[in-house]
Design a protein around this ligand. Structure first.
Ligand code: NAD
Ligand code: DAU
Length: 356
């Protein structure tokens, strides 16, 4: 049995779906169901005997202690977080609460449980913390990609809160010997991605005939990884990662934002042409830049490949086409999100033009 936190979100949801498709080991899935959590993502598991969903907070020490005592997991995989940079700029409090205080409380609950295990179970136990490349800050255009030894230089309230959580995880290993692993991954994309993030937002807006908002000059670079490759990397690190180590996860796919959106438009032009015969690229619209916008991220994932033999299965070209096709085939999933409080967020972030 493993305990997954944040398993109703984008990456956690994909992880749980893939895990239960690949093996028989049950999952306890603890998720608070914030605006980003969505049980529809887990709809195919409704009658699955190996999926035990619990709505709750990683910071609820009594609940987490009860779940650990009851289910005796051999590992905890922590996906739960506030994850959207723009929301961290308009409202940082929730990021401190979940990403910093929540991770701290989770670590305390896990430490208490782990300390009471018999020696063999203690040795086999793992706490895997899912983190981000954003903790390393922003790179100059020609600088080498982030290795695990890069200095932490977080620039947004989101990345600062993730950096704090990474430091706590490291400290629990160094101080108490808790058997931890940390992964720092680049930008994910794929099925079940909440349509506030660049790729699903632009697919959604393109199909809805709305502007595709590009911050600033659109030349900011991100390193994209198909979400199922991130999940396979986490499984591999859980299986064979060295205790206390950090593993960078990335797809060697650096792209400027404007190029990503133009690629999306070109695929949509093929897969579902606009009724007027124009390209979706006509909808591209340059808008005010994000405050403190990091210019470039790039991940050097060679440690993970060298030590654990992991490689991504998808290129950006194969993964992005699969993603567009998934969104075209799953418009209901998107519609159920975008009909609710999502509209308040887009109105606040982009103004009325994008929310028409
Ligand atoms: P997400 O926002 O889609 O999902 C987060 C999930 O956590 C949601 O289901 C939410 O309900 C849940 N949650 C939030 N607060 C909680 C709390 N206090 N207790 C329990 N559950 C809570 O995020 P995501 O994109 O799936 O990211 C998952 C993890 O991966 C995060 O830790 C994020 O920092 C990290 N990460 C994300 C990316 C990316 O590109 N999306 C890349 C690298 C790392
Ligand atoms: O690098 C990993 C990180 O990737 C994760 O830790 C975060 O949880 C995840 O949200 C993501 O952060 P980004 O800020 O890079 O992702 P986002 O999709 O929000 O933005 C990608 C780029 O596109 C970024 O440079 C900002 C830009 N952008 C974004 C939006 C939402 C736009 O130009 N327009 C937009 O409307």
């Amino acid at each position: 049995m493993i305990l997954v936190t944040g398993g109703a979100g984008f990456i956690g949801g994909n992880f749980v779906l893939d895990w239960l498709a690949l093996c028989d080991e049950p999952v306890v899935n603890l998720d608070l169901l914030t605006y980003a959590g969505n049980l529809e993502t887990l709809g195919s598991l409704a009658n699955h005997p190996g999926h035990h969903f619990v709505q709750g907070d990683i910071g609820d020490a009594a609940l987490v202690a009860r779940l650990l005592a009851e289910h005796q997991p051999r590992a905890v995989i922590n996906f739960a977080a506030e994850s959207h940079v723009d929301r961290s700029i308009t409202g940082p409090e929730a990021f401190i609460q979940t990403n910093v205080v929540g991770t701290f409380r989770l670590l305390e609950s896990v430490r208490a449980y782990w300390s009471g295990l018999p020696a063999a179970s203690q040795a086999a136990f793992r706490f895997l913390h899912v983190s981000t490349d954003e903790v390393y800050g922003s790179l100059e255009k020609t600088a080498p990609a982030f290795t695990e030894n890069h200095r932490y230089e977080p620039n947004s309230p989101y990345s600062a809160s993730k950096a704090a959580s990474d430091h706590l995880v490291r400290a629990y290993h160094h101080t108490y010997g808790l058997p931890v692993l940390t992964t720092n991954c680049s930008n994910n994309y794929g099925p079940y991605h909440f349509p506030e993030k660049l790729i699903p937002l632009c697919i959604h807006n393109a199909l809805a005939g709305k502007p595709l908002p590009i911050y600033g000059d659109g030349q900011q670079i991100r390193d994209w990884l198909y979400v199922k490759d991130h999940c396979s990397a986490i499984r591999r690190v859980l299986e064979a990662g060295r205790l206390g180590e950090v593993y960078n996860v990335g797809g060697w796919n650096e792209k400027a934002n404007l190029d990503v959106v133009k690629t999306l438009c070109a695929i949509l032009d093929e897969e579902q042409p606009r009724p007027d015969g124009q390209s979706y690229a006509e909808q591209i619209s340059f808008v005010t830049d994000r405050l403190g916008h990091d210019r470039r991220y790039a991940i050097d994932a060679s440690k993970l490949e060298r030590e654990l033999g992991w490689k991504p299965a998808e290129t950006f070209e194969t993964g992005i086409r699969k993603t567009v096709r998934w969104y075209l085939a799953n418009q209901d999933w998107v519609a159920h999100i975008t009909s609710g409080s999502y509209r308040d967020w887009t109105a606040q972030q982009y103004g009325d033009t994008l929310n028409a």
